[in-house]
Design a protein around this ligand. Structure first.
Ligand SMILES: [Ca+2]
Ligand SMILES: [Ca+2]
Length: 174
């Protein structure tokens, strides 16, 4: 890929990717899931390796479709679930004393049409973080969209989210 300023890099179904943008501009990284029900694991404090990727996209059968190991020199990346009832699991439990904090945007996308009489199924965002290392800071968290802010020393981890029907984990709705 040849990054240009404000370009969008879209890719699907690559097994293992590591994105390096240009240091001089603000490349955009858009990470698309599928139109099926996806399971998306996000680790903003990952080590950035194949065993500890930032984003892992799997299907409902436990198969990994794609790993985003790491990224650098791009603006805040967006992970979009697209259609289907998608589950995003964000886990923030650093495994090393010195860890990198990455901001991320999550978009649940659309959800399946609800058939009359059936239980509505939406996009789910589950956020769990280490409360010994991070303090949740005041922010705007609405029912379907908002910004989650977690402070660690002088750093702030921002998670921006839109288009979710369910929010859970150890977040406090402030
Ligand atoms: Ca999907
Ligand atoms: Ca969706």
């Amino acid at each position: 890929m040849t990054p240009t300023p404000f370009s969008t890099v879209t890719f699907t179904h690559l097994e293992d990717v590591d994105v390096r943008g240009n240091a001089t501009d603000r490349d955009t990284l858009l990470f698309h899931a599928t139109d099926q029900n996806d399971s998306i694991d996000v680790n903003p404090v990952a080590q950035g390796t194949a065993d500890s990727p930032v984003v892992r996209l799997g299907n409902n059968f436990g198969t990994t479709l794609l790993r985003l190991r790491d990224f650098s020199n791009v603006a805040i990346p967006t992970v979009s679930g697209l259609a289907g009832a998608d589950t995003f699991r964000v886990t923030i439990f650093p495994t090393q004393p010195n860890f990198v904090i990455r901001d991320i945007r999550l978009d649940g996308g659309t959800q399946p049409a609800v058939r009359p009489g059936s239980r509505p199924i939406g996009d789910t965002l589950i956020v769990n973080f280490n409360e010994n290392l991070f303090a949740q800071l005041p922010s705007s968290i609405g029912p379907t969209s908002g910004r989650i802010r977690l402070g660690h020393n002088d750093d702030i981890l921002d998670i921006l989210f839109v288009n979710f029907e369910e929010l859970s984990g150890n977040l406090h709705v402030l």
